[in-house]
Each structure stands twice: as C-alpha cells, then as structure tokens.
Design a protein around this ligand. Structure first.
Ligand code: SF4
Length: 714
C-alpha cells in the first residue's frame, strides 16, 4: 500500500517549487509519485524537471558504496566507508604536512542545503584550518551579489516576493529566460500582462520569454552595461528621473549623471546594436509607472564586467526611483536550487556565516565563539573558485581537494584546463549521487543522499527559507554530506565541534549568523512549517521576517526626513556607482570571427549530471544543439541538423546546428549541460571580473565550421 504523502520542494532550480511526494506501489517506475503543491511561488505548477525528479532516486547508476582507486591509472573498486574516510583524512593531512594548511581544500555547491553549506565552511576553517574553500555559486551569483552589497548594503537576490511581479506595471528582464528555465514563475508575468503590464526583455536571443514580452532589445553579447547607461542618458535627457527620490534616498547621483553624458543614443546603438527608437520606447515605458521592476539574470552578470553591469542597471532603477517602492525595484533571479542560501553561510572564500566577512575582526570573534575556537585559529580569506582550480597541484595551490555536489569538470570555465589541474592533484575526493565527469577523475568517490532522502532547509529565489523534508529512506551504503564532514572532522581530531543532525546544525547556523546581514536567528523549523517559509532577515523569534527588504515610508509614520534609513547601508541610503562600458575580454577577429554565448535549456539543468540520467528529460532533449542564424549558417555551409565545429583559443566542441532566426547573425548560442566532446565550457573564457571574480561565461570569440564525420574533436 502507498504510504502517506510528504510535502517538500523540487531538487533543482531556485524557484524551489512546492511538491508532494507520494510513495508508489511496488513495481516499475519511480518509488515516489511527484505532484505540484500549492506553494506561494508555484501554486501547484511544476516543470518537466521537477515532475521527473523522482526518477533518480532508484536510478541504476546511483552510487551506493564508496569507490577508491589504488593508483591513478587503476579502475575504481568498492571500499568500506571506514577505508574511504581514512584514506581521505590521511590524504588531507599529508598534503597539509607537506605543503602547509591551505594545501587541503573544498569546492562546494550552490544546490546543497543551508546546513551543508554551513558545515562545509566550518569544516574547512575549523577541521582543516585552511583558507581554501569556494564554490560553484561564484560562477553564478557573485556579480549580482557584489553589486547588491555595494548599492544596497545587502545581497538578497529578490528584495520582494515573486508574486509581486504580477503587480508591477512594467517589468524589464535583462539576460534571463524564465519561460524556459523556470516555467512555473511565468504565471506571475502572465498575470501582470493580463492586468495590462508592459514587459521588456533584453537578450541577444529572441527567447520564449522575449516572445511573450511587448518589447525585445537584442544587444550584442557583452554590451548590456552600455545599454543601461544609454537608457539612463535618455532618462536624464527627457527629465524622467525621480529627483525627489534621488535626493532623499541615494548618494552619488551627480557623478553618475555626469558619467552617462557620454552614452548618447547613436553611440550606444553603435556599441550595442539596439536601435535608438527601441531605446527611446524602452525608457519611456520604464518611467511611465512607479511600479516598475528591473530583473537581471546570468546573461548580464556572467561577464568580466558583470558587477559593473549589474550596478549600471541598479543605477537606472535608482534614478527612476524604484527600489523600495511597492511592486518596484531591482532584483536578480538566482539560478541554482540554493543559490541564495548557499552564498550566505560560509562556502565563499571570504565569508563567514550570516554573510559576515572573514576579514572582519568582530565577525571572526563572534563566529569563533559559536564554534568554540579562538579567533586567531580561523584562516584569512582564500582565493576565488577559478583561481583555486587554476592552481590545483601547483606550488602554493591546493594538493588535496574535496568536491561536494559540484561537477566542475563540465561546469567550470575553460574546463579542459580545469580537468588537467584536477588530474595534477595528490588527492581528489568527490561526493555525489552519480559517477559524474568530475567523480570519474577522483581517487575517492563518496555516495551521498539526495533531496527526497534528507531533511534540511533551503533558501529560494525570494530569500524565503524553506523546509526540505525526507520522504523516503536513502539506499543502504549512502550517507549525507553532513555525516561525511562530521566523520572526517573526527578523524582530523576536531570531531567535538561537529554534528550530523540537520536540525542541530541549523540551530547552530542561526547562532553563528545572528546579527549578520543574512540573519536567520529567529527562523525555526516550526515557524517554517507554520508560515510556509520565513523570509530573512529575521533576527528574533518574535520578528515576522522580511518579505520586502527596503522601506518606502518611515516606520513611525512621522514623515520622511533626510535621516530616514531606507536601505541597510551605513547612512541608510542606496549608492550610485559610476560604471563604464568596456569591451569583452575577447573580441571577434579574423581567426575567431563570431561570438559564442552559453546558457541553459528547458529540459536540462546545470552540468546535466542528473538530468542527462532522467529518461523523460533525455527523451525531451536527447542532445545539445547550437543555435545559428540562417544567414550565418549559409555562410558556413551548414544545414539544420548538420554538425558544427566550434573552436576558441581554449578548446573545441562539436554539436548539431539548429537554424533559427531568433539569434543575432553574429552570435551563436550553445547549452552547457553536456560533457565529452559537447563540453561547451572547454571553450569559455576564464577572464575574471575584478570585483566578484566571476568568469566571462557569457561571451567569447569563436571560429565555426561545418564538420564532417572525420573532423577531430577535443
Ligand atoms: Fe523545479 Fe525549478 Fe522546475 Fe520548479 S521551475 S519544478 S523548482 S526545476
């Protein structure tokens, strides 16, 4: 007989759709039936990824025993947990004894629970006493996070609930395609349009999201910053800026106003390819209502100038008087399942729980007190994700690396180089559900639990803390990352500081983060259950949580004054920043004459380690395709469905061509969900943003040629 249903959330993207898992009768098919739950974000809707997620629970590829290699060139063999963990602990300790404390490190993931993210950061700082930790969220949200902190003093992707989108009169989406990557979110956009809202989309591709919008701006990849400055120039020219708002709630406007004088429309059209008439229409729509949102995504942010680009859009939002106003403001749409919570609790190289800075003596003292260690024992900030990967196995680099829930052999930029560096390690340990492309390179593979087998919390795209609930027992032989880290800490002599119970870890996380920017102190599992999630910051159990971050009216009703704190910055004001367009790190030239941009597709997710093993998703999208404009295809001599070779200065890939007039003729788009000869990140550029250390995933110069069967690949 089927058991009782469990409500939880989808294992994939940041929308964290509510779902109900019902045990099925024994027989063929998944052990759980998945149906959409009436949660405030998805209202019962699920996309094909969520609906098929239970396929992976009893998948034949599932790892259920630790694997070790006796030599790098030997095959894996099964091992006991004791043997595998002893080997890991010995390898970590050996590396540190030979090369120093920072020679042992951990690379984390933005899809893990808050408890695991917290435990990972603490494990590296307390058990290893190493500075070497960063995570794949550096490749995802770091530019928007950097911009949000600088402009508003806080980094919560959306400062308002998702449902507010339906109540905005104008919405501008920059470099984001929710119609494909988070379809249940589109209900809020559709509801807005039914009310008469105007929607604008900025994207080099005419995506499904753009097709549903009223205005499409189609810039050259890597020119969004110039476009934002150009729109602000027009807003100033047409006296559309909100001078009262600027005077009361912001600082730095005069310098930005001067700076955007040089972004006159003809110049911006030359840089971006967006016609002046469309820019004029866009800026008038944005200024026509007070309920206007500017939402950015990875298309704008994954650049070597991603932070400045996000700041340029924030400048426009501030000048129009949007942040803090009802159903208005700037927000960024997080991608990974716990892309928000994963960046708050200490997985970043420079960060302690609660979004505290590892370089701040007061923060170190507070967190060290909770952890029961001396502040001086904590390392200083380490290097960012790509910088860590780039130096693996070298002097001064990490020699023994643990990779937790991340498939960097497919998802990092310049992956051919990253795989080479992973092979240069003395010890590579990967914990995962499957033998991913990264796990295939490992010395030790640790099989871990997945979403429906574990309890914990996640923080969704809105900053709402949610409960992940266990619906089914994990297979024998599988352990949670919390237990793995606690067991390893014990082997390293620091076991007294660690626990493997998610609720105990969450309660400690609340104490460690209390008083920080991302304050979860008042969020209990009971409250999450009773209130269907709690928005941070929530500093006390009698605090209601914070669905909307920035205040519009004074809290005491006494009228606004110049001392009103609208934003959590030292002076209570949001900050404008002067930012200027600069070329992409790599421009087309005679050898590499086109632009390559990359992204996600509807049926697959991130590196594809899970979705490429899901029959329903493979049936829906069995292989990648590179989008090519018919005019470009004619020049290249490639037909629809024909193979195309893509080459950059870093590597090459081979994919089927999909001819479509929805993309610019000077640009091709390829998805990054596949490995092998279809690993598009072998081609991407690791040029880093100077502030966020975000690599330039979204644009590089590429050479294209029609491929024959004999053409070699990477
Ligand atoms: Fe899961 Fe995201 Fe799809 Fe919702 S939109 S079902 S969270 S993958």
């Amino acid at each position: 007989m089927a058991g009782s249903p469990t409500t939880t959330h989808c294992p994939y993207c940041s929308l964290q759709c509510g779902m109900t898992l019902t045990p099925r009768e024994q027989g063929a098919g998944p052990v759980l039936e998945v149906t959409g739950a009436d949660f405030p974000t998805n209202r019962g809707g699920l996309c094909e990824k969520g609906l098929s997620s239970a396929e992976l629970l009893a998948h034949p590829d599932r790892l259920t025993t630790p694997l070790v290699r006796d030599r790098r060139d030997a095959a894996f063999r099964a091992a006991t947990w004791d043997e595998a963990l002893d080997r890991v602990a010995t390898g970590l300790r050996d590396a540190q004894e030979r090369y120093g404390p920072d020679a042992a490190g951990l690379f984390g993931g933005g899809g893990v629970t808050n408890e695991k993210a917290y435990q990972a950061g603490k494990f590296v700082r307390v058990a290893l006493r190493s500075a070497s930790i960063d995570y794949n969220g550096r490749f995802c949200m770091s530019s928007a996070a950097n911009a949000g902190m600088r402009a508003f003093g806080i980094d919560r992707g959306m400062p308002f609930p998702l449902a507010d989108i339906a109540r905005a009169d104008t919405v501008l989406l920059v470099g984001s395609n929710p119609a494909d990557v988070m379809p249940p979110a589109m209900r809020w956009f559709a509801a807005g349009r039914e009310r008469g809202a105007q929607h604008l989309v900025v994207d080099p591709r005419y995506t499904a999201t753009a097709a549903a919008a009223d205005v499409h701006l189609q810039p050259v990849p890597g020119t969004d910053l110039a476009l934002a400055n150009g729109l602000l120039h027009l807003a100033v020219k047409h006296r559309l800026v909100d001078t009262t708002y600027i005077a009361e709630r912001t600082t730095g406007w005069a310098a930005v106003k001067r700076a955007v004088r040089q972004y006159w429309p003809d110049r911006v059209e030359r840089i971006t390819g967006v016609p002046v008439a469309i820019m004029e229409r866009a800026v008038r729509l944005l200024a026509a209502s007070r309920a206007t949102m500017i939402l950015s995504g990875r298309g704008a942010e994954q650049h070597a100038k991603g932070s400045d680009t996000a700041l340029a859009w924030i400048n426009l939002a501030l000048a129009l008087g949007l942040p803090g106003r009802p159903f208005s403001g700037w927000a960024t749409m997080t991608g990974q399942g716990n892309g928000q919570g994963g960046r708050e609790h200490g997985q970043k190289a420079d960060q302690l729980p609660g979004y505290r800075s590892l370089a701040d003596p007061a923060a170190r003292a507070h967190v060290a007190g909770v952890w029961g260690v001396e502040p001086d024992e904590l390392p200083q900030p380490g290097v960012s994700a790509y910088e860590m990967l780039d130096r693996l196995g070298t002097d001064g680099g990490v020699r023994a690396l643990m990779v937790m829930a991340s498939n960097i052999a497919v998802s990092a930029p310049n992956t051919a180089h990253v795989r080479e560096r992973l092979r240069a390690l003395d010890l590579l340990v990967v914990s995962d559900l499957f033998l991913s492309e990264t796990a295939e390179l490992a010395d030790v593979v640790l099989p871990t639990t997945q979403w429906a087998e574990e309890d914990g919390t996640m923080t969704n795209v809105e900053g709402r803390v949610l409960r992940r609930r266990r619906a089914v027992d994990a297979p024998d032989g599988v352990r949670s990352d919390l237990a793995v880290l606690a067991d390893l800490a014990a082997r390293l002599g620091r076991g007294a500081h660690f626990d493997d119970d998610p609720r105990t870890v969450f309660d400690e996380l609340r104490r460690a983060g209390a008083g920080g920017t991302a304050d979860y102190a008042g969020i209990t599992w009971e409250r999450i259950e009773a209130e269907r999630g709690v928005f941070w910051p929530c500093p006390a159990e009698d605090h209601e949580g914070t669905p909307r971050l920035f205040r519009d009216e004074p809290g005491d009703g006494a009228g606004r004054s110049s001392t009103q704190r609208y934003f959590p910055t030292p002076d209570g004001r949001a900050r404008f920043h002067v930012v200027h367009h600069r070329d992409a790190a790599e421009l087309p030239d005679a050898a590499y004459p086109y632009r390559l941009t990359t992204g996600r597709t509807r049926a697959h997710y991130q590196s594809g380690a899970q979705t490429r093993r899901t029959k329903a998703l493979v049936d829906a999208e069995p292989e990648p395709a590179v989008e090519v404009h018919p005019d470009l295809a004619a020049r290249l001599g490639v037909s629809d469905g024909g193979d195309l070779l893509l080459r950059t200065r870093r590597g090459q890939a081979r994919m089927r061509a999909r001819l479509t007039s929805t993309i610019r003729p000077d640009t091709v788009f390829a998805p990054f969900h596949w490995g092998g000869e279809q690993t598009i990140n072998d081609l991407t550029n690791p040029a880093l943003d100077p502030a966020s250390r975000m690599p330039e995933f979204k644009v590089c110069a590429v050479a294209l040629e029609a491929a024959t069967k004999e053409d070699p690949t990477a």
